[in-house]
Design a protein around this ligand. Structure first.
Ligand code: PLP
Length: 263
């Protein structure tokens, strides 16, 4: 099969040549650094779980992969990590194709616009940002046409910042009750972003509130034991979140390094 006519894609000649690695793969020293940071995060998470009196494997590490290339993500997925979270549907779609040969689970952890529902459902098996009945109903209707199902977390705004997505803690019970009529969707638990504070005293309460909300919802019979996961904690505070009961922490910069400022 020879490329006999003009449709052959021109090779990009504008990209700077780093000399470090072939296109599409990570420089060996960079891959080594990512793997070392992954190991360190996993050890710290396990230690935090144990010191909170829980089994080391009771906390799952999600890699928050926004702005990261598929090849950096591949390095993590070939190092024993299987769960990634993306913020933007557009990024999700592109990277899913590049990573299709590696078994892994992808969650959407950023806000989902109604016009992106179809795209998100093609790639994500779990939506962690459900915060309204309207959005969930739109997802359910879409799933009814494709025979598919999806899992979700209800995102709760425990920091009470107006700028943040998520249902208000006081309104979570009513929302969750209404969501349970949607038979294509299975709730796994609660998610929060928390307060981006700098001290423990600032950070801890918004995680503690999510754990308290879970307890209250269980006691009221609004959720059952299959809906008790808590997705909370990021690079700067995941040990605190685990101490407060997190079952899933979402880690980006501690593994991949700082993101560009215009994130
Ligand atoms: C970026 C992001 C994270 C990870 O943040 P880091 O501080 O880089 O670990 C976690 N959760 C959500 C929703 C994010 O957008």
């Amino acid at each position: 099969m020879s490329a006999s006519h003009d449709s052959t894609e021109p090779r990009s000649s504008t990209e700077p040549h780093t000399g470090a690695a072939s296109p599409g793969s990570l420089a060996p020293e960079e891959a080594t650094a990512v793997r070392a940071r992954l190991d360190e995060v996993a050890e710290r998470a396990a230690a935090a779980a144990e010191s909170a009196g829980r089994p080391a494997d009771s906390v799952r590490i999600m890699l928050a992969t926004k702005t990261q290339s598929a090849e950096r993500i591949r390095t993590a997925l070939t190092h024993g990590f299987t769960l990634i979270g993306e913020n933007r549907v557009q990024e999700l779609t592109g990277k899913a194709e590049a990573l299709a040969d590696i078994p892994h689970e992808t969650h959407l952890i950023g806000p989902l616009q109604k016009n992106k529902v179809n795209h998100a459902l093609r790639v994500a098996t779990c939506i962690q940002s459900i915060d309204s009945l309207e959005l969930a109903q739109r997802i359910q209707r879409r799933l009814e046409t494709t025979e598919a199902r999806v899992e979700y977390f209800v995102q709760v705004n425990t920091s009470r910042e107006d700028s943040k997505s998520g249902v208000a803690p006081e309104a979570a019970g009513e929302l969750i009750g209404a969501l349970q009529g949607l038979d294509r969707m299975r709730m796994r638990g609660l998610m929060t972003i928390g307060l981006p504070g700098s001290t423990e005293a600032e950070i801890r309460p918004s995680y503690r509130e999510l754990t308290g909300l879970r307890t209250a919802l269980l006691e009221q019979g609004i959720i059952d034991e299959t809906m008790t996961e808590l997705s909370m904690g990021m690079s700067n505070d995941f040990e605190l979140a685990i101490d407060e009961g997190a079952t899933m922490v979402r880690i980006g910069s501690s593994v991949f390094g700082a993101r560009p400022a215009a994130d």
